[in-house]
Each structure stands twice: as structure tokens, then as C-alpha cells.
Write a protein of this length. Structure first.
Length: 147
């Protein structure tokens, strides 16, 4: 089973949103989320993101708390997916040289951070669109026999 991890700065707004939206679309992959920083370590998913889950009836783990990406995650996951350009740039700095090929951008445009914009709805639309595109890509890669 392919292993995916979505990454944002705090692991309380965007990456948990992507984790549970993607989980609501497929059970074919192991999916988790992490932070590049330790700023929110141990803190729960932001109320705004939880509000989106409730509004759109997306199942999620209420007890999930922020976790920073670590060396073992770079080893364990196949796709390490940064939600914005600065997350990808931070990941490139943190990731061992031989594992850099596992780092991807979630979408061609950065997903806006609702921590700053306050607009969880806009972020949700972008996350939904991006997760659909990732699902298509992963299914196509399987069909093409890449894994
Ligand atoms: P996230 O949003 O990276 O989408 O989880 C943020 C959460 C917390 C902070 C910044 C962004 N912060 O500065 O603590």
C-alpha cells in the first residue's frame, strides 16, 4: 500500500484537512499529515478545519494532534506532499539527500493558509480539487504499473 503524508507549517489547518478529505475519497492508501515546524506540537486540529469537516460530513479523528515530520517519516512515506511552496522548500532543507525524490507539491499553486486568511472555505475548495487530482494521478500510476 502506498503511503502519503500531507505537510503544512502547523499541521492544524491545511494538512489535516487534506488528510481527512483524501481519506473520505479512498481507502487504497495509508494517509497521514505532519508539520514542518514544532510550533503547534500537541495541539488539536484548528476549529475552522473541524468546522469544515462537520459542515461537509467528512469523518475525522477529533483527537488528532499536531506532529512535526521526522527522519523516520522521510523513510516511511512514499509521497511527502507540501501544501504550499514554502512547505516544499522547508522539506527540501529537512529531507536527507537520498530521499529528496519523495517530495512533491500538492498543487501547482500554493494552498492559501487559513491561519492567515481566515477563509477555511476557500482552502477547502482548493484541498478538494487537489485531492481529486492526486487520486487520479495515483490511480493512473498504478494502472501504468509504476507500483
Ligand atoms: P497550517 O496553518 O500550516 O495550515 O496548519 C498554520 C497553523 C499555525 C501557524 C501558522 C500556520 N502558526 O503560526 O502557529
Amino acid at each position: 500500500m502506498k503511503k502519503l503524508v500531507f505537510i503544512c507549517l502547523g499541521n492544524i489547518c491545511r494538512s489535516p484537512m487534506a488528510e481527512f478529505v483524501m481519506k473520505s475519497m479512498t481507502s487504497d492508501y495509508q494517509i497521514e499529515s505532519r508539520a514542518t515546524s514544532s510550533w503547534e506540537h500537541g495541539n488539536p486540529i484548528h476549529k475552522g478545519t473541524q468546522g469544515i469537516f462537520q459542515q461537509y460530513q467528512i469523518p475525522y479523528e477529533k483527537g488528532k494532534t499536531s506532529l512535526q515530520i521526522g527522519r523516520e517519516d522521510f523513510e516511511a512515506f512514499d509521497y511527502i506532499i507540501g501544501m504550499d511552496a514554502s512547505n516544499v522548500s522547508d522539506l527540501r532543507q529537512m529531507c536527507p539527500a537520498d530521499l529528496q525524490h519523495k517530495i512533491y507539491s500538492f498543487a501547482s499553486e500554493s494552498v492559501p493558509d487559513p491561519w492567515y486568511t481566515g477563509d477555511f472555505e476557500e482552502t477547502y475548495l482548493r484541498v478538494q480539487e487537489g485531492c481529486r487530482a492526486w487520486l487520479e494521478r495515483l490511480e493512473k500510476e498504478s494502472e501504468d504499473g509504476k507500483s
